[in-house]
Design a protein around this ligand. Sequence first.
Ligand code: SF4
Ligand code: SF4
Length: 411
Amino acid sequence: MEANPRAARARLIREAAEALGFDLVRITNAEPLPAARRAIEERVALGFFEGMDWFTAERAAVSTDPRALLPTAQSVIALGTFYLTDAPRDLTVPGDPHGQISCYAWGDDYHDVIKARLRQLAARIQRIAADESGDDLAGATRIFVDTGRMVDRAVAERSGLGWFGKHTNILTRDWGSWLFLSEIVTTLDLEPDAAIAANCGHCTTCITACPTGAIVAPQVLDARRCISYLTIEHRGAIPLELRPLMGNLIYGCDICQQVCPVNHIVERRLRARDALGPGSAGETRRAMFVARPDVGASPALLPLLDLDEAGFREQFRHSPILRAKRRGLLRNVCVALGNLGDAVAVPRLARTLRSEPEALVRGHAAWALGMLGGPVAEEALMAASVREAVPEVLGEIGFALALLADQAESV
Ligand code: SF4
Ligand code: SF4
């Protein structure tokens, strides 16, 4: 063992993590993160996490204290895994409407990929501790990957992995913000890394680019307005005033990351090093995050309306998209079709309004028909207004018919 055993252990862990495919590895102590706790409590009080029932003040207390998760913890290892790969983001052409999927969800579910790596790294940590102490039970660990049980961004910031971008994601010099964050809390005493002195400066590009105004202040997100939240976590109807702002984003939203100049610099540099782009060495290494043929970055929208529950589960097996559930994804597809304005979708939306079993989807199909307009859409809405029994869907139909009346008046 080297003169400084904490540094020696940290070096062994860093090497093991890099060998397992983690792109960034930093270490911090296991002290609580009081600023993160205050920030969560404030945002819960302001209602910014409304609808995410798991975000409570109690959760804030636990997720910001590594020792609440592992009482004898001494260190937290913060890990970053770069996931960006290349694919055409929007394949929409007249007569063939397509949606857009956030690029973290193009491939296999990162929870599964990262968790498998974390388990291997945790085993390595236990071996290091056992070799040193002679105790096979030394080196306890807890692993976390984007479950909200640990404040991953606050840990990443304190460990020097990156800084808080104004878009609320962690930004790094080498990989931008296209990172899956994960952590290992351990009883092993490790030399901590220092936080980095970097910030966004005067840039506000992401704040002005956000289509729904969800970044209400630097580093403060009102999740209720964020397209990522609305398309993935939100279970009910999408607020009427936000639907037209969602474009054809059907699962997640990358806009605030796509416009970020730090990400632009990183992407240029990676392309020059053959670490980004189809067929590049980097994408071969990240093959599990490359767009799957059955998911795609920009799937055709109309066939998605044909998916029944079994078909949805089959098509999106091992994909993060399962999280939205079938009814959430089809709801988003209807909104995208309404926004794209392509009349080719009218007959399929009319069928959805007539025979789709989920009221939530029928309601959003009605809205889309109202947006698209025309005699076939109007006929479908009128017929549904007589047949439909669910009050929420009837409300959507009434709103859609009012949209059509407005359109007729303005011609
Ligand atoms: S993910 Fe999209 S909607 Fe959410 S803050 Fe970023 S740009 Fe706005
Ligand atoms: S767009 Fe500008 S303000 Fe927003 S995260 Fe990137 S550098 Fe920071």
